[in-house]
Write a protein that binds this ligand. Structure first.
Ligand SMILES: O=C(O)/C=C(\CC(=O)C(=O)O)C(=O)O
Length: 351
């Protein structure tokens, strides 16, 4: 049935890359769909040599788009993480980086009608049930990818894709603080279990003997550190209402330290086994949110900005996220700016 290939847009969204499909072009049955996606990406194989995946979790991602089932949205977006070296496809998280390509892809595919100038796309994120708003440059009704916006972790400059999130607390865990505590202790380590768009476990890098400035490669080479962090993750999963997370890509294990480049806080994020080359969008929003608690390890290390603009430092620079904080101190919304680029439009073959 798929011998003639499947229409596929290969796009960079923020600091990630992924395959964007229309749901109507994929099997409706999730098990059949996932086994097809594993073949397309070339998983399981650390090199993904027989597929289009980039042998890194950040380049082994899928967006499935369909007409929106909600009156307040233009398009439905299901995010799927295709594991590189395991035969696993997970919908247990969303992805704010791949989200940056959803508006452009929906317009390219005719799912969303463009305006001349800026097209505002309301995106129903199926993984969490929340709606995000993306503003896409569409001069003359065509998506424009060129521009002067730079984001850390991506060479060059491109058209800005502002993203706005509302009511994302408890996106996958049911509550901002799923255990009801600002701090829990797991295996002797103080941790904030929190979800403001992304389930994260936030711990001090110093509690693992790290400065927080170690490279992605150095951290990944430390097998003992990785196994301590994985043991904590497996215990945190059920505490966060995520159940058994052995085969899930969440929670993200985030080590924090005092900022080193004038930002709000420095991060190293396990996603969950490899270390992120930068930081996830919704993960950055969640870390910024943790710095506003009273007792979190993130709070004591952070330098709080006065204007709601949090620079979340990461291995390749810093990501700015904006928190819209009400007079009562509650976070009403969050935003960031990403860029996206269409890399390839064609048909992909599953073999
Ligand atoms: O955490 C990951 O696995 C990678 C992500 C997630 C993301 O974007 C987010 O947190 O919103 C990414 O940077 O693409």
């Amino acid at each position: 049935m798929y011998e003639d290939g499947i229409p596929c847009l290969w796009m960079r969204g923020g600091t990630s890359k992924g395959a964007y499909f229309l749901a109507e072009h994929l099997p409706a049955d999730p098990a059949e769909r996932d086994s097809l996606l594993l073949k397309i990406m070339g998983s399981p194989d650390p090199r993904q040599i027989d597929g289009i995946g980039g042998a890194d979790p950040l380049t082994s991602k899928v967006a499935v788009l369909s007409p929106s089932t909600r009156a307040d949205a233009d398009v439905d977006y299901l995010f799927l993480q295709v594991f590189v070296d395991q035969a696993v496809v997970s919908d247990a998280q969303g992805c704010g980086n791949i989200l940056a390509g959803v508006g452009p892809a929906a317009i390219e595919r005719g799912l969303v009608k463009s305006s001349s100038g800026i097209t505002e796309v309301h995106i129903h994120m199926l993984n969490s049930g929340d709606v995000a708003v993306a503003r896409i440059e569409t001069p003359g009704g065509r998506v424009n990818y060129a521009g002067s916006t730079e984001i850390a972790g991506v060479p060059g400059s491109h058209a800005a894709v502002p993203l706005l999130f509302m009511n994302i607390a408890g996106s996958m865990c049911g509550a901002l603080l799923p255990t009801g505590n600002e701090v829990d202790v797991i295996d002797g380590i103080e941790a904030t279990l929190i979800d403001n768009g992304m389930p994260c476990v936030i711990m001090r890098a110093a509690d693992f003997g790290l400065t927080g400035e170690e490279t992605r490669e150095a951290i990944e080479a430390d097998a003992e550190l990785k196994s301590r962090i994985e043991a904590i993750r497996l215990k945190a999963g059920p505490m966060m209402n995520l159940g058994d997370v052995k085969a899930a890509s969440v929670p993200k294990m985030t080590l924090v330290s005092a900022p080193k480049q004038g930002g709000a806080i420095l991060t190293r994020s396990f996603i969950p086994h490899r270390v992120h080359a930068s930081v996830g969008v919704l993960a950055a929003v969640t870390v910024a949110t943790a710095t506003r608690l009273t007792g979190s390890p993130a709070t004591e290390l952070a330098t709080a900005p006065s204007d709601g603009r949090y620079l979340i430092e990461h291995p390749t620079g810093a990501m700015e996220v904006f928190l819209d904080i009400g007079d009562d101190g509650a976070i009403r919304g969050a935003g960031t700016v990403r860029t996206a680029r269409k890399l390839f439009d064609g048909r992909v073959f599953a073999g």
